[in-house]
Write a protein that binds this ligand. Sequence first.
Ligand code: SME
Length: 159
Amino acid sequence: MVQEITISRTTRDEKYKELLPQIKGLVTGESDLIANLANIMAALKSSMGFLWIGIYLVKDKELVLGPFQGPVACTRIQKGNGVSGKVWQEKRTIIVADVDKFPGHIICSSESRSEIVLPIMKDNEVAMIMDLDSSSLNDFDAIDEKYLQEIVAIIEGLF
Ligand code: SME
């Protein structure tokens, strides 16, 4: 397989629009979940930038680090802890405009300034979370949430 992600647009909204069909194409015909997650994270990072983009998988009573792109990260997060653990507990997306103002935020990279975390569901339970970190303050809004939710829906269709 030789496949490249090409993003020619400039606004974030347009980039997501261009990226989504390419992500669908990337996972079509491949059944291995980890391989698909790894490629989706790479496609997102190479097209959108950001500091860190990755998946944590629910394994027993913890979130465990899965495929990601960016600096090395914390490997295990407990339910209710940090932004990710809270998303797991509350089964909803959380956008953090300033990580220093989020009580209990877990610092994996000192460069991270803002964050969005989305739950990935299976049978009404959180199976994974997708976490994006930015080195800019207040970098995520409803536009990111809308398109990232579409990527979450693609991932939910993989397992
Ligand atoms: N900041 C996250 C931890 C994960 S890293 O950012 C990769 C949190 O508070 O859950």
